[in-house]
Ligand binder design. Structure first.
Ligand SMILES: N[C@@H](CCC(=O)N[C@@H](CS)C(=O)NCC(=O)O)C(=O)O
Length: 325
């Protein structure tokens, strides 16, 4: 991570724990917003106006948080507004690296070797982890935002009137419902699997795993009435949130994070929800199973020999089918 702008090799990914051995995720540091007129959004500074070709999203396909911003870019048809650079899926001694893996790209703006160079370029005194996603402003050469929840929200609204019309991912009439569901699903599912995987005590692991499967049972019950999306007929950010963990579940979390009471495919409605989302236009292109596996199974602390498993066949088949449509 970076400390006062200097890289320090306390790099073990996402490993901060509390006094009971529970994994704790860091809070994002750049919270500016792109808005239609460049005014400041709910947090941060103004000056980031919605304009074509001005912004670039740095992502890792392994990362669920980065992936949800990629999905929002597709679902909101923002390809002309937001360029994308994909980093190497393996988090190394210097954090995220450019190039060096199939479909991992070079940094087209600064020729950086590591993502942390972008952080210190934006703030020479930055302290914190150099995480993906990073939303970069190519006009002022600055870091707009590194919090995926903000990025999904700004993609939803900031380019209205400029980008093709698309359904809202956070309709006002169900905003409270979305916020409530998001908080729970984040804690028990999206972050719950990490809490299980990075637990440093049996008790912390047991607690996290129980939370993960209780939440899966709950989501399964909601989706079992035949609705296509979590809140009903409309695809919302809640569905994106669920999907990014569901698509990684059997592929990485079940094995590496030991969330193995069941597999995702044992939940018929949740599984169908994942397949439905995978088949939305553009979504399959945001999923790279080889990056996902290479990235997770390269986490030294959890998998010292770094052997990457072959399967699961089922996930590759689903993805190939979705791509072929
Ligand atoms: N709050 C951030 C969290 C992002 C995050 O934790 N990204 C992980 C990858 S999944 C990362 O970049 N970790 C690098 C590190 O911890 O050094 C968001 O949702 O955007």
């Amino acid at each position: 991570m970076l400390v006062d702008g200097t890289w320090t090799e306390d790099w073990q990914p996402v490993q901060k724990s509390d006094d009971k051995g529970r994994f704790v995720r860091q809070v994002s540091g750049f919270r500016n917003w792109i808005t239609p007129d460049g005014s400041a959004g709910p947090t941060g500074q103004g000056g980031y106006k919605a304009e074509a070709g001005r912004y670039r999203l740095y992502v890792a396909y392994i990362c669920p948080w980065a992936s949800r911003t990629l999905m929002a870019r597709k679902l909101k048809k923002l390809e002309a507004f937001i360029e994308v650079t994909v980093v190497n899926p393996r988090l190394g001694d210097q954090g995220w690296e450019f190039g060096g893996f199939q479909r991992a790209e070079a940094d087209p703006l600064h020729g950086a070797t590591y993502l942390h160079e972008l952080y210190t370029r934006a703030d020479p005194q930055y302290t914190g982890r150099a995480t993906v996603p990073v939303l970069w402003d190519m006009k002022t050469d600055s870091l707009v935002n590194n919090e995926s929840a903000d990025i999904v929200r700004m993609f939803d609204a900031a380019f209205e009137g400029l980008a093709p019309e698309t359904p809202c991912l956070r309709p006002e009439d169900i905003e409270t419902e979305i916020s409530k569901a998001s908080a729970r699903i984040y804690d028990a599912y999206n972050n719950g699997v990490y809490k299980a995987g990075f637990a440093s005590s049996q008790a912390a692991y047991d607690e996290a795993v129980a939370g993960v499967f209780a939440e899966m049972d709950r989501m399964e019950a909601v989706l079992s009435d035949g609705r296509p999306w979590f809140h009903g007929d409309r695809l919302t950010e809640t569905d994106i949130r669920i999907f990014v963990t569901s698509i990684r579940f059997d592929v990485a979390y079940h094995g590496l994070f030991k969330t193995n009471l069941k597999m995702l495919r044992d939940y018929p409605a949740l599984y169908a929800h994942m397949v439905r989302m995978l088949n939305q236009p553009g979504v399959a292109g945001t999923v790279d199973l080889d990056h996902i596996k290479a990235g997770y199974y390269a986490i030294k602390r959890l998998n010292p020999p770094r052997i990457v498993p072959k399967g699961p066949e089922d996930s590759y088949r689903l993805l190939a089918e979705a791509r072929g449509r």
